[in-house]
Design a binder for this molecule. Sequence first.
Ligand code: ADP
Ligand code: MG
Length: 401
Amino acid sequence: MTVRVEQFNCSPLIQDALFDCGRSAPRSIRVPSSGLSPNAFSMNAPATLSPSSLMLAIESSCDETAAAVVTKDLRILSSVVASQNELHERFGGVVPEIASRAHVQRILPVIDDAIRKAGIQLRDISVIGVVTQPGLVGSLLVGLTAAKTLALVLDKPLVAVNHIEGHIYACRLAAGRDIFPSIGLVVSGGHTNLYHCRSATQFDLIGATIDDAAGEAFDKVASVLGLPYPGGPMIEKVAQTGNSQAFRFPRTFIKEDRLDFSFSGVKTSVLYEANGQPGAHSQPPALTEARIADIAASFQAAVIDVLVTKCRQALRRFDCKTLCVGGGVAANSAFRQALEELARRDRIELHLSPREYCTDNAAMAAVGWELYAEGRLAPLDQDVVPGLVRKSESESAASTT
Ligand code: ADP
Ligand code: MG
């Protein structure tokens, strides 16, 4: 089978690079039509790499289309993120079909932009890293398909990256040195997971939310309070003028030994405080600006209290002195302050993801360099692993013992 490159709707820079990538038949690629073994398409590793070798990293697991160029010695030459917030805002959350369609439209321009901003040519890339799990199936497939196509056409090796490991790796990028072993907390829109990170690529899940993720709770509470999506930054803003002691919202599992989380209780409590309880005789007071600020501040304090307490419990249980925190909620200033306070009090080495790399981005997929060093290359028939990471019932039970 011969695939003609000009049939694809490539953006100009990628098209030029594909036509000029040193192949003997520049406008066509020979693809065997049958008899493929599972690893038949795995591309060879380049012979020599140097600290300035380049990885093109691609991320499309949820609602951000992102690409970055990161050197082997972990300098971020470019990081481009096309957020879809404006598309999902009116639904109050991510709509998977809208997300994947937007990724299709944006993936090539975003890669173009990352290449251009890094000041390189596509053919200068040594390795292609792509997030393949966890996330939305349609969204992941767009990034993976782009990455596989480039790997095939440019004859470059492919590395499949775990998005959660990437969120923690954002801390490693900022630290500029090894930060493992450590306890890692990922607090995003889809996950609230605690890990014992034995190395950059060996993560043991030691705690997780059993229902909503913390970021999801921020988004839902914001919606109850009439604040726009995404709710986290808005709750943070509004909470600045509120009284965090005004309401005592539940702090689920805080006194228990287990390292799991649950945020559906605090979300429902906010709903009742704002709109009243079903069947109640009296109506709650009107949602004035001051009341919204008090509810937002009290909600934020409850979530932070739980997150920080569970980090402390995990550090003690694993006798670990290093804590890494990443994911969108880690951009929250009050949360960062509370973590810094914990670090001071308990003499913990704290690594926070830089704010710009808290929400989804492709630079954090540079964890692919670690996989590459371990020889863990992905075949070109690599698939995605969609869904959310949650602990099983039995794991949750075991973690309390
Ligand atoms: P996902 O990978 O699930 O899309 P991200 O890592 O992109 O998650 O983070 C998005 C989540 O982070 C959203 O739920 C958003 O509300 C939350 N978030 C972003 N900034 C803040 C903030 N300053 N305070 C609290 N939550 C925040
Ligand atoms: Mg996101």
